[in-house]
Ligand binder design. Structure first.
Ligand code: MD3
Ligand code: FE
Length: 217
């Protein structure tokens, strides 16, 4: 038996999983654009290199970060915030590539958010062992706006908790090409990423990248 459709090199399966009210996983939704997304990340990182930032408490983060868009998320001894320039280059962040915006806006639409207009895109880079401890995303002005995330490269185990840090967490695998929309009642839930397991991805090598699209102001 030969199922032509599935054999075709341009066929990328994609399906939807509802995690909980407000959180929708669009499995494989970025697969068709993976190379273009990775090229764009590379181009942004040439202009504003990935940085290991420090938390306000003085801990070095194991995840390296850069940004694109009108605003970028940064952290240092003064706290967490969005700002229009990179602390290292003192220049505006690179513009948000059209392919980034298009994918994020379409994903938000799929999840029921009709006019998502992201002004910030945080780009996280994980190497083996890198993790993100349980936290809430609350540096944005309007929690009625969703956050859209795109995972690329090595797979990660995502931890999804509740409204309190101590609430029990569920584990969700996020793999290359997955897009997730976090809105509504899911928007302020605690979440994190377990230490990245070493591996070799054909397109990203040792790394996992995660893009998060936000409306900061
Ligand atoms: C659930 N990033 O950058 S993406 C972050 O994979 C962040 O790099 C992780 O958490 C990463 O803040 C997780 C999934 C994610 C992003 C934002 C959320 C889940 C979320 C906001 C609210 C609830
Ligand atoms: Fe987060």
């Amino acid at each position: 038996m030969n199922l032509d459709l599935f054999d075709h090199p341009d066929f990328h399966p994609s399906w939807r999983e509802d995690l909980c009210p407000g959180a929708v996983v669009l499995r494989g939704a970025a697969l068709a654009d993976d190379r273009e997304l990775l090229k764009a990340i590379e181009n942004i990182a040439i202009q504003v290199p990935f940085q290991y930032r420090a938390t306000p408490g003085g801990y070095a983060m194991s995840v390296a970060m850069t940004n694109c868009g009108d605003l970028g998320w940064v952290t240092d001894s003064r706290g967490y915030r969005y700002q229009s320039t990179s602390p290292e280059t003192h220049r505006l962040w690179p513009a948000m590539p059209d392919i980034f915006r298009t994918l994020a806006v379409h994903a938000a639409e799929e999840a029921g958010f009709k006019d998502f207009q992201p002004d910030a895109c945080l780009i996280n880079r994980y190497q083996p062992g890198a993790k993100m401890s349980l936290h809430q995303d609350k540096d944005e002005e309007d929690f009625g706006q969703p956050i859209v995330s795109i995972s690329l490269g090595l797979p990660a185990v995502f931890q999804f908790g509740g409204m309190e840090r101590s609430d029990k967490t569920q584990r969700v695998n996020l793999t290359h090409g997955d897009i997730v929309v976090w809105g509504g009642p899911a928007r302020l839930r605690y979440h994190g990423i377990l230490p990245l397991k070493a591996g070799e991805h054909p397109l990203t090598g040792q790394y996992r990248f995660n893009l998060t699209f936000r409306k900061a102001v």
